[in-house]
Design a protein around this ligand. Structure first.
Ligand code: DSN
Length: 433
């Protein structure tokens, strides 16, 4: 044992006569960056609504030798020999996701959420067809028809917006736009919308105008998995998601769809858009789906929601304006205009003090999208490290103090110190180097 440890320390192991060098020995530059990132993730309060900390089991699967295997095709129908173990892994991922979300068909191969969305478009749209999604500047996503994205270049894209006064989606307005545009595909789903989306109402509108209906549930997938957010699956022809946000799996995408669309959808993913699937990531997805079936995961999602409400309430008490006035999910969107600071300034200031969040456009933002008037905050990551409502209140107070006292170096030092104390009490990846 001691000898093994010694070898490991030297970063060298003997294997069939070949010397295997660890990352630290072979590439200290990359190793140092990874170690520094580990410290950053430990030492900062991460409030980026789309980020999380995966479990060691997910990390292990993701870092496994499955990365060595080509497995183009699908279980039972591969283009390479030696895929028997890949079939096991992909079947596990597919069947677990199907059970978790009560889906008729699942494709776990998309490398990312963006690819998942594009695969749906490729499977049911022709170039030039009309697509209707939520406006990016009102909380939608780049891949839902933004002019700078392939979706906006290959299809005719239209968008609906939130009500500027309430900050809520107005389904009468969505219906009006849909009736005017007559899209082939309607997309619901957002990256900075803090309210429940009425998927049934969207489905009725899609039905009325003869459109297909897709939901991108990337942000809310974890809550949907445990039934703490209404599921889009019964209402939509397609549901896409990433697996790394509230779902707390590896970085990647997936698609759920109805049986009738399965064949074309699978073909759109492979060979339409991708070649070999990332089997190590698919293994990690399988692990994450298993985790999502546990009681612990249910409690985790409950806490994500409780924490977001506590953060929102406390920030309101402290005089912050919240777009839509609050939250029903894992995120809060602050309108910073009454605080005399832009989103960009707030992001930089807070990160310097140890709180990481992202600047974000608010509906009809007077600032451009690199500056913005908003800040998006989310609770998935801090909840994964065990923080609860008292800590959310503390974080709200730290944000307030930092912004109010940003010109005072004594205040800034005090905030930094308190952040340090807080993160030290909630370690991440203990005992890992
Ligand atoms: N970039 C992600 C987010 O932060 O919401 C969405 O893809």
């Amino acid at each position: 044992m001691r000898v093994e440890e010694e070898k490991e320390k030297n970063g060298k192991q003997k294997n069939s006569g070949k010397q295997i060098k660890t990352l630290a020995v072979f590439d200290p530059q990359v190793a140092r960056a990874v170690a520094a990132e580990m410290r950053r993730q430990q030492d900062k309060i991460i409030l980026i609504a789309s980020e999380n900390y995966v479990s060691q089991a997910v990390l292990q699967a993701q870092g496994s030798i499955l990365t060595n295997k080509y497995a183009e095709g699908y279980p039972g129908a591969r283009f390479y020999g030696g895929c028997e173990n890949m079939d096991v892994v992909e079947e596990l991922a597919r069947s677990r996701a199907a059970a978790l979300f009560a889906a008729e068909h699942v494709n776990v191969q998309p490398h990312a959420g963006a690819v998942a969305n594009l695969a749906v478009y490729l499977s049911v749209l022709k170039p030039g067809d009309r697509l209707l999604g939520m406006e990016l500047a009102h909380g939608g996503h780049l891949t839902h028809g933004s002019a700078v994205n392939v979706s906006g270049k290959y299809y005719q894209c239209f968008s609906y917006r939130v009500d500027p006064r309430s900050g809520y989606l107005d389904m009468d307005e969505v219906r009006k736009v849909a009736r005017r545009v007559l899209p082939r595909l309607i997309i619901a789903g957002a990256s900075s919308y803090s309210r429940i989306i009425d998927f049934a109402a969207f489905a009725r509108i899609a039905d009325e105008v003869g459109a297909l209906f897709m939901v991108d549930m990337a942000h809310i997938a974890g809550m949907v998995a445990v039934g703490l957010h209404p599921s889009p699956v019964p209402h939509a022809h397609f549901v896409t998601s990433t697996t790394h946000k509230t779902l707390r799996g590896p970085r990647g995408g997936m698609i759920l769809c109805r049986k009738d669309f399965a064949r074309d959808l699978d073909r759109a993913v492979f060979p339409g858009l991708q070649g070999g699937p990332l089997m190590h990531i698919i293994a990690a997805k399988a692990v994450a789906f298993k985790e999502a079936q546990t009681e612990d995961f249910y409690r985790y999602q409950q806490n994500v929601l409780k924490n977001a409400r506590a953060l929102a309430e406390e920030l309101k008490e402290l005089g912050f304006n919240l777009v839509s006035g609050g939250t029903d999910n894992h995120l809060v969107l602050l309108d910073l205009r009454n605080k005399g600071i832009t989103g960009q300034e707030a992001e930089l200031l807070l990160d310097e003090l140890g709180i990481t969040a992202n600047k974000n456009a608010i509906p009809d933002d007077p600032q451009n999208r690199l500056i913005t008037s908003g800040l998006r905050l989310g609770t998935p990551a801090v909840t994964s490290r065990g923080m609860q409502e008292p800590e959310m209140k503390q974080i709200a107070a730290l944000i307030n103090t930092a912004i109010a006292g940003r010109k005072d170096s004594i205040v800034r030092t005090r905030v930094k110190r308190e952040v340090k104390k807080l993160v030290a009490a909630f370690p991440v990846y203990q005992n890992m180097r």
